[in-house]
Write a protein that binds this ligand. Sequence first.
Ligand code: ZN
Length: 132
Amino acid sequence: MFVVKGHIHKFHPDDDSWSLPHAVGYAKDKWINPHPDNPLRYTNHSCDANCILSAGLKVKTLRGIKKGKEITLNYSLTEGDAESVMGPCWCGSNDCKKNILTVHHLTRKEFERYKRYLPKWIIDEYNKNKVK
Ligand SMILES: [Zn+2]
């Protein structure tokens, strides 16, 4: 659907200035903060998202999206830093988890739904540090 373009950031635990509300993880310890004109900048989270960030920073659709419908991404599928906190969720989907958690908190069944779209680094992160 579209490719994410933006500034690359590497996390430094001692860097207090770390606050990039639009950034998404795209590799181990790396995030991309989309340029203001990139659609990802305006893509909200949903626990039942209609798009996914796949390898090569490509955002792909998971199902048909009707004209005028919001494009959403499950931020959990982009966050491989186990200590990351993303806050509460009000997406309103039937499967809403009420909190946006890292990939490690997905059940095996949930993860398997998305696995074929995901880049290798987040699959490895999930398998290494799965919570449930
Ligand atoms: Zn939700």
